[in-house]
Design a protein around this ligand. Structure first.
Ligand code: C2E
Ligand code: MG
Ligand code: MG
Ligand code: MG
Length: 279
């Protein structure tokens, strides 16, 4: 159908567009109720520390299982949560849940740090810092046990006062890591001004290991620069042994990806920790 929009201008609506809009409306309505209905849960993906040859940290990855929509990927619902502002409430839920899990592991003598993804929209709440502090304190977790991941693209867009809120977190002892590093349009110079101390090299680089020599050179150069600057580096999306071997050769600190383990439940994390050798 083409709808008339002023003189000689037409806007085309196709059935698919309408369907997408309907789907989005349903998703927003369902997402609003996701927390109270207990539809959200976290999976944890192990991160291998090369030097210790141990899993010392995990990344908390949000999952949503809805009665009508089934399993919805965070790639689909996080942007909607961000657009609607629902990410604030969901974000606090994630932090609380992740802290609670770290504490549970601690009580079982399992020493793991947890990395929590955050969206810049969460900082729009002027009480963000206090709320986080309260959650972490109430769960009796030390700030050194949690990290926050923010993507390179998103940190670039942070307003000044939100950047201040991010810095407040680091003052409490939380580490900030730059997620999906290398895919944004950030200049290297920016690295000097971000309040981060870790980088996560995006999977799109790792995918090219053993395929594109120039990308390999880029990866080893990123590692060189990052270490000069005192950052720790995690390689994301490592799926194959050849990739791991190259990254070891380049001296990468930490490895995350299906080759080490997929995002898994908290009990599966305990199981993988009990294995004597990871790689
Ligand atoms: P991310 O933070 O970069 O997380 C890494 C994503 O790559 C995860 O997808 C993970 O399952 C996937 N992954 C890890 N290793 C491999 C691998 O070897 N191969 C492949 N093919 N994929 C791998 P997931 O869980 O679907 O999450 C997607 C994105 O959604 C995350 O990217 C993050 O940006 C966002 N996200 C997830 N949970 C949260 C959350 O609690 N809050 C916010 N704000 N964003 C979240
Ligand atoms: Mg992440
Ligand atoms: Mg990432
Ligand atoms: Mg990502």
């Amino acid at each position: 159908i083409a709808k008339r929009k002023g003189k000689g201008q037409y806007r085309y609506f196709d059935e698919n567009v309408e369907k997408d809009i309907m789907k989005k409306i349903i998703m927003v309505n369902e997402l609003r109720k996701a927390i109270t209905r207990n539809e959200l849960y976290l999976l944890y993906q192990p991160v291998l520390d090369i030097k210790e040859n141990k899993i010392l940290e995990v990344e908390a990855l949000l999952r949503w299982k809805n009665g009508e929509l089934g399993e919805v990927s965070p790639v689909d619902f996080i942007p909607i949560a961000e657009e609607t502002g629902l990410i604030r409430e969901i974000g606090y839920w994630v932090i609380r849940k992740a802290c609670n899990q770290v504490k549970k592991w601690e009580n079982e003598n399992i020493n793991l740090k947890v990395a929590i993804n955050i969206s810049p929209n969460q900082f729009d709440d002027k009480d963000f810092f206090y709320n986080v502090k309260n959650i972490v304190t109430r769960e009796k977790v030390d700030f050194s046990k949690i990290k926050f991941e923010i993507t390179e693209t998103q940190i670039l867009k942070l307003e000044k006062r939100n950047m201040k809120r991010l810095i407040e977190l680091t003052k409490m002892g939380a580490v900030i890591s730059l997620d999906d590093f290398g895919v944004g349009y950030s200049s290297l110079k920016n690295l000097a001004f971000f309040p981060v101390s870790e980088l996560k090299i995006d999977k799109s680089f790792i995918d090219h290991i053993n395929i594109n020599k120039k990308i390999e050179k880029l990866i080893s150069s990123i590692l060189f620069v990052a270490y000069k600057m005192g950052y720790k580096v995690t390689a994301e999306g490592v799926e194959r042994k050849e990739q791991l071997d190259k990254l070891l050769e380049y001296g990468c600190n930490k490895i995350q990806g299906y080759y080490i383990g997929k995002p898994m439940t908290e009990s599966d994390i305990i199981e993988i920790l009990q294995r004597s050798t990871i790689i």
